[in-house]
Ligand binder design. Structure first.
Ligand SMILES: Cc1cc2nc3c(=O)[nH]c(=O)nc-3n(C[C@H](O)[C@H](O)[C@H](O)COP(=O)(O)OP(=O)(O)OC[C@H]3O[C@@H](n4cnc5c(N)ncnc54)[C@H](O)[C@@H]3O)c2cc1C
Ligand SMILES: *[C@@H]1O[C@H](CO)[C@@H](O)[C@H](O)[C@H]1NC(C)=O
Ligand SMILES: *[C@@H]1O[C@H](CO)[C@@H](O)[C@H](O)[C@H]1NC(C)=O
Ligand SMILES: *[C@@H]1O[C@H](CO)[C@@H](O)[C@H](O)[C@H]1NC(C)=O
Ligand SMILES: *[C@@H]1O[C@H](CO)[C@@H](O)[C@H](O)[C@H]1NC(C)=O
Ligand SMILES: *[C@@H]1O[C@H](CO)[C@@H](O)[C@H](O)[C@H]1NC(C)=O
Ligand SMILES: *[C@@H]1O[C@H](CO)[C@@H](O)[C@H](O)[C@H]1NC(C)=O
Ligand SMILES: *[C@@H]1O[C@H](CO)[C@@H](O)[C@H](O)[C@H]1NC(C)=O
Ligand SMILES: *[C@@H]1O[C@H](CO)[C@@H](O)[C@H](O)[C@H]1NC(C)=O
Length: 653
């Protein structure tokens, strides 16, 4: 039986009009949606939800608004540290010679999109197909592609320049009506051609379009650039400022941190928050849902502080348990990075080597000249993110090493439990086994990436390990919400990860040994160098040099079945409670073969779509499956539902 839901429009009189940016005096106390975290997910979803004027959303963001600094807006002046979350440090990392390592995430309106390196890549088809295999129908590549297209507005580069620089794309994989601006720098450092040609000479083929779901090979890096101004396109601009004047129902309260989700019974009803610098606590209520979008490190902290997490941990801190959910905070994955330094023999430096990305930093005259060109014409090296170059290579394991079969065989022979803590809960182990088996299938699949190689054209190259088998975790160390959680990346504690990583390293060395790179005479510098030959020698130095994070942390509140250690359903609803959803990168089950931003925007577009009205009744929505009311997005405030029974829709009050 279908029931028409009565219209219950929130009175907008409760909240100030045309005051999108609110402060603690003007913030309302009741909204349809309260969103914790104003990063990519938080702002994208708030934007989409408030397209409906009967919905109101408050985004609470721990960080401030940026001030339009050059370091944010101008690629060549990139200064991410302006809005790093301060003083984050890992616990000693057993796989990395017990180093405790400074680590970063964003603390600013716009989140990572405001300070990231603007790399805008999609994962491979197999990445999302694996998500789907973990109990998430709809999250396959084909299910996500429409949202990739919806999220972006691709501006073609100048065609003559594109031909000269080897930029290529396929229009059918690029969106044109979305709000995230996607384009390319309009300059390349001459020596990036050496790298390109060297990679080609060892059979890394140019890719028609890296956004097509298979990008093994070499290609230009799509960049989140507003092509009109050649400035950063980020969530604050594209999903907040853009609608500032027209959305009285969309509020952002900056510099305030959510401290706890409030429950009535098992229903989330609102949150507490405090000024990020400390101060008195306030409460705001959500008539529909509380949405967690605080990023991979802080969303699990919020779950745990709110009583959803491993019972032992919660008891240790005297937190009363709302849901016994050991997996909340587990399954942490990042994409470790390895920087390989080079010295060039000055006697034989090719004429081609200058200028390079380092010249902007080392030669103030050149930097000033090029900045003037950028300011006047939007051209030149300042359209490239500082320290990066314009091309990159993506590798499947098969593409990285002929020995991939041996690596996979060894990985299959290993007992999965050995890669997790000894006291792992059975559901988490089951989920890990499922993930591991999918990753090993990816290792055998030449269309799915495991890592990437980049040379910024100056004195170092970077190798990214994208598909770790190791799993970490995030755990509170205090009941004080302003104290950061403990971060256990557990990088390369699964020894197979280091085998994959050394394979990537050797491939990188092959590129640097090919004639086109040899022409520049790069010499691998200490602590690397030609003396490192065997697997053990290379791996030994790697343990000392790997950075466990590329600020691509994910997966600590994974959407997977609860029996597989999931935290949230395939609709991102947190198990064991109602009206609470995880919308940021925490809900991804596994890493993808790409930096996260493009997928984060697309997944937020998918999460933020309100359900379609059914038939002729504009207020009727498909609401319920099973015996428990399980709402999809509701356009109208709907706290209580009746007449559900076994029906597929409920009455909404
Ligand atoms: C320096 C850096 C470089 C990067 N480079 C790239 C790149 O080149 N390409 C790419 O694709 N990806 C890159 N990333 C990663 C990418 O930006 C993130 O994966 C992405 O932003 C994650 O989106 P999110 O919505 O999950 O979280 P975020 O965008 O991180 O947003 C989370 C927000 O929640 C806020 N928050 C946290 N706790 C609370 C709380 N208690 N209350 C209220 N607010 C809270 C944070 O301040 C933050 O603004 C980079 C990230 C960083 C930090
Ligand atoms: C806000 O919600 C709370 C809790 O549901 C309720 O007690 C309060 O009356 C509401 N306030 C307003 C102004 O609607
Ligand atoms: C790391 O620390 C652990 C525990 O203190 C210790 O057992 C181990 O030997 C250390 N490893 C290294 C490489 O120092
Ligand atoms: C490789 O992955 C793609 C994308 O998921 C899939 O279509 C294809 O069947 C896989 N190939 C093999 C041999 O498994
Ligand atoms: C897409 O980009 C072009 C400029 O490159 C701009 O003119 C157009 O307005 C943009 N469209 C959207 C929807 O942002
Ligand atoms: C582009 O490709 C051509 C042909 O392979 C090569 O000669 C040229 O050096 C390349 N240029 C760049 C910038 O990659
Ligand atoms: C590009 O940036 C300018 C300046 O911020 C802005 O006015 C314009 O709307 C942006 N273009 C798009 C398509 O977002
Ligand atoms: C610095 O750049 C200027 C301007 O491009 C150039 O003339 C000069 O030779 C450069 N200096 C050095 C030391 O390379
Ligand atoms: C965790 O908390 C304990 C007790 O307050 C403290 O001694 C320890 O330094 C904290 N650990 C970290 C890594 O902050």
């Amino acid at each position: 039986m279908l029931v028409v839901a009565p219209v219950t429009v929130l009175s907008l009189g409760l909240v100030p009009r045309h005051a999108t940016i609110v402060d603690r005096q003007t913030v309302g106390s009741n909204y349809t949606f309260v969103i914790a975290g104003g990063g990519i997910a938080g702002l994208t979803i708030a934007d989409r939800l408030t397209e409906d004027p009967s919905v109101s959303s408050l985004v609470l963001e721990a960080g401030p608004f940026d001030k339009g600094e050059d370091g944010i807006l101008i690629p060549g002046a990139y200064a991410p540290y302006l809005y790093f979350w301060p003083n984050l440090v890992t616990v000693p990392q057993a796989g990395l010679n017990n180093r405790s390592i400074g680590t970063v995430c964003a603390k600013v309106v716009g989140g990572g999109s405001a300070i990231n390196a603007m790399v805008f890549l999609r994962g491979d088809e197999g990445d999302y197909d694996a998500w789907s295999s973990l109990g998430n129908p709809g999250w396959r590549w084909k299910g996500l592609l429409p949202f990739f297209l919806k999220s972006e507005n691709f501006t073609r580069p100048d065609l003559t320049f594109a031909r000269a620089g080897n930029i290529s794309w396929d229009d059918s994989f690029r969106g044109n009506s979305g709000l995230v601006q996607n384009s390319y720098p309009n300059y390349f450092f001459p020596c990036s051609a050496n790298w390109w040609n060297a990679a080609k000479s060892i059979s890394l083929e140019p890719v028609k379009d890296p956004s097509s779901g298979d990008k093994q090979g070499i290609f230009w890096i799509p960049t989140v650039l507003n092509a009109t101004t050649m400035t950063r396109s980020y969530a604050r601009r594209n999903h907040d400022d853009r609608v500032i004047a027209s959305r009285p129902n969309y509020h952002v309260l900056a510099s305030n941190a959510v401290t706890k989700v409030l429950f009535r019974g098992k229903q989330a009803v609102g949150v507490n928050y405090v000024p990020s610098g400390g101060g008195s606590s306030s409460t705001v209520y959500a008539s529909n849902e509380v949405i967690l979008a605080a990023g991979c490190l802080h969303t699990p902290q919020l779950l745990q502080l709110s009583g959803i997490g491993p019972p032992k941990l919660l008891r240790k801190f005297g937190i009363s348990i709302v849901v016994d959910l050991p997996s909340a905070g587990k399954n942490l994955q990042d994409q470790p990075t390895l920087t390989v330094p080079y010295t060039s023999n000055p006697a034989s430096v090719g004429a081609n080597l200058e200028p390079n990305s380092g010249t902007l930093l080392s030669n103030a005259t050149y930097n000033a000249e090029q900045r003037a060109l950028y300011d006047s014409a939007g051209k030149g090296p300042h359209t490239i993110v500082s320290t990066l170059s314009t091309n990159i290579g993506s590798l499947s394991l098969r593409g990285a090493t002929a020995a991939y079969k041996q690596i996979v065989a060894q990985a299959r022979a290993r007992t999965p439990a050995d890669s997790l803590p000894a006291d792992v809960e059975p559901t988490i182990l089951e989920g890990y086994k499922a993930q591991r088996s999918l990753i090993l299938q990816q290792f055998e699949n030449s269309t799915v990436g495991v890592g990437a190689i980049h040379w910024g054209t100056a004195d170092s190259a970077v190798i990214y390990h994208e598909k770790p088998l190791s799993r970490g975790s995030v755990a509170i160390n205090s009941t004080d919400p302003l104290v950061d959680p403990l971060i256990y990346y557990m990088t390369v504690t699964d020894p197979i990860d280091l085998q994959v990583y050394t394979a990537l390293f050797r491939k990188h060395r092959q590129i640097f040994s090919a004639p086109a790179m040899r022409a520049l005479d790069p010499v691998e510098a200490s602590p690397f160098g030609a003396q490192l030959v065997t697997e053990d020698e290379i791996a030994g130095v790697m343990r000392d040099q790997i950075n466990p994070s590329n600020a691509h942390q994910c997966c600590t509140a994974a959407m997977m079945p609860r029996e597989l250690g999931g935290v949230a359903s395939s609709e991102q609803k947190v198990y064991g409670v109602a009206w609470l959803r995880v919308a940021d990168i925490s809900f991804w089950p596994m890493q993808i073969a790409a930096a996260p931003t493009a997928t984060m925007y697309a997944s937020a577009e998918k999460v933020g779509v309100p359900p379609k009205p059914l038939g002729f009744f504009p207020d009727l929505f498909l609401l319920v499956t099973g015996t428990q009311p399980r709402s999809l997005w509701l356009r109208t405030p709907c706290r209580t539902m009746t007449d559900c029974g076994a029906a597929i829709a409920c009455r909404c009050h």
